[in-house]
Design a protein around this ligand. Structure first.
Ligand code: F6P
Length: 367
């Protein structure tokens, strides 16, 4: 399209090269890795776009007849395919020391025929895939860490402990969103930039430079079917939002729930808002629903780099010391002032009246 040919927007490659000029000692490995990730995302975008036509919808049937991943969740055919695409596109170039993913129980070793590099990548190849069959936006989320020194020096196999680094140590993080347009959103620790896939050129073009999340919002996202399992500070926050103009907040709020975290993160990046999948009492063996290493940390880094905030509800997400590859955690992120308010509610002593449903807004004992 002539529109494309006349465009003077930067490509992702150009953007990365220009960024690298600021670090003359950089080897170029990092840029090469990001471009491999971008290629994986383009491949997944195509598979997702063909959907039923490519026969890739529905549940994955594993060799053992099962289709459940390490999380105890049903694996979709596209989850497995996306995982394979990610591995295949990134394992060969000598930039990675190892990788880990939602879809693999254990860390993945770079095959012996390829050189090993200095970075680790952790990814969720297809976030939101439980809803893929209804054609909502889904995406891939990734986090890039430096391999521990002894891994770099010895080239040894990676183990789980190598990946257990707090989110603040991420070198880069990003996601690709497969929606009406395919986008790649990336932070290399110097703000957040959004690229839109030009279908004619097959290139990600810089369309959303220096994204910034408004500090205030009147939009929140939470799975309200879990309300009876929420802890008091979350209940208080949501009750106040629902009370709108008539309550202590003095303004009306809007609610959204896509059930695809990457899509919610993108909405918040575009126009603000707050997302909560807090720790709750639904299943006490799970301290939250979302995964720390390949969901909360990368999205957390993006939020913070765009001027938002990411939290467990109590402490900054990026300060959490991970204890397991597939660890779950309560996750609250988005517009800074709202996230800080939720953190404050967690610090304040629980008000018995608020914690008791009989005294809640619009309850038996309130008019
Ligand atoms: O990774 C899990 C996920 O699919 C997220 O993308 C999403 O936010 C969440 O689960 C949806 O959870 P629920 O099914 O409880 O609404």
């Amino acid at each position: 399209m002539s529109m494309t040919l006349r465009s003077n927007r930067s490509t992702l490659t150009q953007f990365l090269i220009e960024e690298r000029r600021r670090f003359p000692s950089a080897s170029g490995d990092f840029n090469a890795l990001i471009l491999d990730v971008a290629l994986a995302c383009k491949g997944i975008a195509r598979a997702v776009a063909y959907g039923e036509l490519a026969g890739v919808m529905g549940n994955h049937a594993a060799a053992d007849g099962g289709s459940v991943n390490v999380q105890g969740e049903t694996q979709k055919t596209l989850d497995v395919l996306s995982n394979d695409v990610f591995m295949q596109r990134t394992e060969w170039a000598g930039n990675l020391a190892g990788m880990a993913s939602e879809e693999m129980d254990l860390p993945y070793q770079i095959p012996a025929q390829y050189p090993r590099g200095n970075y680790l990548i952790v990814f969720d190849p297809l976030d939101g895939s439980s809803n893929i069959d209804v054609n909502v936006s889904v995406g891939s989320i990734f986090s890039i860490l430096r391999a521990p020194k002894d891994v770099m020096e010895s080239g040894r196999d990676v183990v789980e402990a190598d990946f257990l680094q707090p989110g603040a140590q991420q070198v880069a993080a990003g996601y690709a969103l497969y929606g009406p347009t395919t986008m790649l959103v990336l932070t290399v620790g110097d703000g957040v930039n959004g690229f839109t896939l030009d279908p004619n050129l097959g290139e990600f073009m810089l369309t959303h430079p220096k994204l910034s999340i408004p500090e205030d919002t009147h939009e929140f996202a939470i799975n309200a079917s879990n309300a009876r399992f929420w802890e008091a500070p979350v209940k208080r926050y949501v009750d106040e939002c629902l009370a709108g103009k008539t309550g202590t907040r003095g303004k009306d709020f809007n609610m959204r729930w896509i059930a695809s975290m990457v899509a919610e993160a993108h909405r918040i990046l575009m126009r603000g808002g707050v997302f909560m999948y807090p720790r709750d009492t639904k299943d006490t063996s799970k301290p939250g629903r979302l995964r720390l290493l390949y969901e909360a940390n990368p999205v957390g880094m993006i939020m913070e780099q765009a001027g938002g905030r990411a939290s467990t509800g109590e402490i900054p997400m990026l300060t959490v010391q991970p204890t397991g590859l597939h660890q779950r955690i309560g996750f609250v992120f988005g517009s800074k002032n709202e996230v800080e308010r939720i953190e404050r509610y967690h610090r304040e002593p629980v008000n018995v009246e608020l914690a008791n449903p009989l005294f809640a807004e619009r309850s038996l004992f309130r008019d």
